[in-house]
Design a protein around this ligand. Sequence first.
Ligand code: CAA
Length: 284
Amino acid sequence: MAINRIMVIGAGQMGGGIAQVAAEAGLQVVLNDIDKGVIDQRLAFIGGLLDKKVAKERISADEKQAILARLIPSTDLKDAADVDFIVEAATEKMALKEKIFRSLDEVARPGVILASNTSSLPITELAAVTGRPELVIGMHFMNPVPVMKLVEVIRGIATSDATYAAVKELSEKMGKVPVEVNDYPGFIANRLLMPMINEAIYCIYEGVADAESIDTVMKLGMAHPMGPLALADFIGLDTCLAIMEVLYEGFADSKYRPCPLLRKMVKAGWLGKKSGKGFFDYSG
Ligand code: CAA
């Protein structure tokens, strides 16, 4: 099936980024969220990013308008009936995603692929709530989506070769580099990234060094663009904890135990950049 019109579910940071790169690639994008206000805010944010591109002469003002015109707001999942491909980027809660996938399975045309941008929830389990498990796949973009080149393409146990090939092609059309990964907890990105972040938190917890020093070691010693603790703040400490829990439970292995300091900070509401406080201060 030719993919010209897609639906992105969730107009948060990830869904908004996916919608933007898809519209920039020439696709019609139905941007769906339960909250119209969130969609409006996201479209304004995308408009601001496109303005910067116009100012830097990377795109013309006409191209900017054409990209924005390809972004179609929607608050009704039934709008999935006339799209060729769907990628879900809703909140990382399994029960919510299962509900969305059940609805999409009813509404979407036969043959339409249902992808999830989940960062760590099992694709195989999501596929199992639908009547089309061979068409369900993970399409995990990185934040910020317009900047990061990677898409982890996650195959559930039943995902077909044709579904994988279609998502690979679509990722490339969106200017990304897809990497094929099988469905195990954390896939690759978060199986490697989150234990590193968790270990950095253990270094603070055990008094090895302070946050600034730990991040400096990784930035200057390993050429990481951000240190692990600034990155944890950027991702959100609640998200980091949730992913560590997925690894810990999924592998039933104590090497993935979340650091008690991470739990404590999340309980305190210190969630990183979005709450104004994490390992660093963002209140100013
Ligand atoms: N949306 C779109 N573009 C953005 C952006 C955003 N939110 N934030 C920054 N950019 C763009 C800027 O416009 C700028 O573009 P140009 O160079 O074309 O002008 C470019 O990115 C660089 O931005 P800055 O100069 O402001 O800042 P920087 O050089 O410090 O880069 C960064 C910022 C790209 C975030 C960089 O620090 C970085 O790469 N950090 C690591 C990010 C990372 O590891 N992401 C993965 C997170 S894990 C994940 O997403 C998976 C998961 O499941 C948890």
